[in-house]
Design a protein around this ligand. Structure first.
Ligand SMILES: [Ca+2]
Length: 195
């Protein structure tokens, strides 16, 4: 191959990888919480455990242990700038393992995306639905098309970290039958108290 042919090959590869990254990710096979939690047992928002690590990737959080419980997160709508991370006091090198439930009011296809800085990975009902796992400035993940089999509460498992500088964590959805994305409302989150 000539040099220009090699260049063309890599340009085509680059264009292909960008278009693949932009394509919606389909997520199915979500398992509802079984049994469904009783409303009387549930607390508002999501539970969080913090780890103080210099993460480069959400996998670093998994490798770093369980962390220490923090004050629960009533929403996933955090524009933190260069200030404290979620409900932790520190500004940088904070990672979070976020757990609880999300409520889907109806079966059907939900579009979901995360705006984060730095990395975030969201699993619902045992399936990874959004994965934007490394260091980056504020940006939206790709849009996930999430097939929800039945209405109800689904287990949430989310990893998030802020390395340094500014930080953001927002979860947006577009429920079936609605025409626009919105931040997931606080009423859609709950958790069981520990112990
Ligand atoms: Ca950052």
């Amino acid at each position: 191959m000539t040099i220009s042919a090699v260049l063309r090959f890599f340009i085509v590869l680059a264009v292909l990888s960008v278009s693949l990254a932009a394509a919606p990710v389909r997520a199915g096979g979500l398992a509802p919480a079984a049994p469904q939690p009783a409303m009387s047992e549930l607390k508002a928002g999501l539970a969080v455990d913090y780890l103080l690590i210099d993460a480069l990737h959400v996998d670093n959080i998994e490798a770093a242990g369980r962390g220490k419980p923090g004050k629960s997160l009533l929403t996933l709508n955090w524009n933190m700038g260069s200030g404290p991370i979620l409900t932790h006091a520190d500004d940088d090198q904070v990672a979070a393992r976020i757990t609880g439930f999300i409520r889907f009011e109806a079966a059907g296809e939900y579009l979901m995306k995360i705006k984060s800085n730095d990395g975030a990975r969201l699993s619902i009902g045992g399936q990874v639905v959004i994965d934007d796992p490394d260091v980056h400035l504020d940006r939206f993940s790709g849009t996930a098309k999430v097939a929800v089999p039945t209405a109800g509460w689904y287990p949430v498992y989310m990893l998030y970290f802020e390395r340094r500088g500014t930080a953001t964590l927002e979860l947006h959805w577009q429920p079936p039958g609605t025409g626009a994305f919105d931040v997931v409302p606080a009423a859609a989150f709950a958790h069981l108290p520990k112990g």
